[in-house]
Ligand binder design. Structure first.
Ligand code: PMP
Length: 439
């Protein structure tokens, strides 16, 4: 079957197509973040007019069940009343002060009380800022230069972290982007995910030069890839032994995989934890926090400089406080969302089996990916074997049926508290049709 022949043009959303053409005249590629361009799935993006609960609406008036959720933060669904109210109230008092406000301490206190290894936390404005600051801190604290990251893990677009691996075992990666000097890239060591030998090897060879290790505790940026049993704990052990800083990047998993993120879900200890998205309820936010002894190396108490005019912005803090408070007060959400995930996973697998389509469904809680492969997906190499032409058909056919998924094989589907049983059933039925096409 020629998968290239599947139509990816639609007649129902021509206003989006026109809007995209217009945007391209004034914005590079028409978008302010690359994956939004839908390039990977051979089509043009929807322009969104509004969203509510589990649904988003494009400018042609089409309704979709949204499994992107602004790439994670809309964990309670769009336009959650208590979050909107909190922002409106804060708005009336002023948009930004560049001076301390009580809401910052309130959010910091919530994060510290929920995440065991976070004693103090610094607010920033994005996940990229959080991870970039965390690795500067790791370097400043240890006086060492080398950072270890893992192939297929994304930690934002700062120079030191936009590095990918070569094939095989440990390699000093080349940059994943033009404009990153090789001199920066040489301080980032890239290892395969879920491979304990690789990390032991690296530390044996150069443990005393390694400032820190940064990891997605459940990878979401190569599609969902769970950590093998004991893998994260092993990294904790080895970083402790060598005096390296262990950074757990919870930008995607924080407050999602449990009320205390992956750290809570896996009973993990870390030196620094990075957050984003979800702690701002949809407003631009990030944060990094951890052990007091390390965090006090940050200015103004310590020598590692980091600052931000809009950091701790009162509107962002208001949204974050409302969302996190709601999660604290309604822990049943985590059980329910687990069940929703299990239901979708089960239905997807049933349909794939019924039509004999080779897929692997990886899921941890409310994060899930469908890979079109018959290999288990445990790292970037195995994720890369997925048939992206089939993914393209899956994405476009789901979209036609009113299901809005992340437009790339190497992303997660995000469930929210707002997804209803009817949403899930409609999604399962749509998936069944896609499997019939792909059989
Ligand atoms: N870390 C992880 C694990 C992420 O998934 C992302 C973005 N998806 C980032 C960092 C960067 O966050 P931002 O896009 O807010 O800069």
């Amino acid at each position: 079957r020629d998968l290239h022949s599947f139509p990816t043009r639609r007649s129902s959303d021509l206003k989006s197509k026109t809007a995209f053409d217009e945007a391209k005249k004034y914005i590079p590629g028409g978008v302010n973040s690359p994956v939004r361009a839908f390039k990977n799935v051979g089509t043009y993006p929807l322009f969104i007019e509004r969203a509510n609960g589990s649904k988003i609406y494009d400018i042609d008036g089409n309704e979709y069940i949204d499994y992107v959720g602004s790439w994670g933060p809309m964990f309670l669904g769009h336009c959650k009343e208590i979050v909107l109210e909190a922002v409106k109230e804060a708005c009336d008092k002023g948009m930004s002060f560049g001076a301390p406000c009580l809401a910052e301490t309130e959010l910091a206190k919530r994060i510290c009380s929920l995440v065991p290894c976070v004693d103090v936390v610094r607010m920033v404005n994005s996940g990229t800022e959080a991870t970039m600051s965390a690795i500067r801190l790791a370097r400043g604290y240890t006086g060492r230069n080398i950072i270890i990251k893992f192939e297929g893990c994304y930690h934002g677009h700062s120079d030191s972290l936009l590095i990918k691996a070569g094939s095989g075992a440990a390699t000093f990666g080349g940059a994943s982007s033009a404009g990153v000097p090789e001199d920066f890239a040489k301080y980032t060591l890239v290892l395969p995910y879920n491979n304990i030998d690789a990390i032991e090897d690296a530390f044996e060879k150069m443990g005393n030069e390694i400032a820190g290790v940064i990891i997605e505790p459940v990878a979401g940026n190569m599609g969902v890839v769970p950590p093998k049993d004991g893998y994260l704990q092993k990294i904790r052990e080895i970083t402790k032994k060598y005096g390296s800083v262990f950074i757990v990047d919870e930008v995607m998993t924080g407050f999602r995989l449990s009320a205390s993120g992956a750290i809570g879900r896996f009973g993990l200890d870390a030196d620094i934890v990075t957050f984003g998205k979800i702690i701002g309820g949809g407003m631009p936010v990030g944060a990094y926090g951890g052990k007091r002894e390390i965090m006090e190396f940050v200015s103004p108490t310590g020598p590692v400089y980091q600052a931000g005019t809009l950091s701790g912005n009162p509107l962002a803090m208001a949204a974050g406080n409302a969302q996190i408070k709601y999660l604290q007060e309604n822990p049943y959400i985590y059980e329910e969302i687990e069940q929703k995930g299990a239901y979708l996973e089960g239905e997807f697998k049933k349909s794939a089996e019924k039509y004999g389509v080779n897929v692997r469904v990886n899921r941890v809680g409310s994060m899930m990916s469908v890979f079109f492969t018959d290999n288990d997906v445990t790292n970037f190499e195995t994720a890369s074997k997925s048939d992206t032409e089939k993914f393209k058909v899956y994405f476009n056919e789901m979209l036609k049926q009113g299901i809005y998924l992340a437009p790339s094989q190497f992303e997660s589907l995000f469930l929210s508290d707002a997804h209803t049983k009817a949403d899930l059933e409609k999604t399962a039925a749509a998936f069944d049709k896609v499997m019939e096409i792909l059989r």
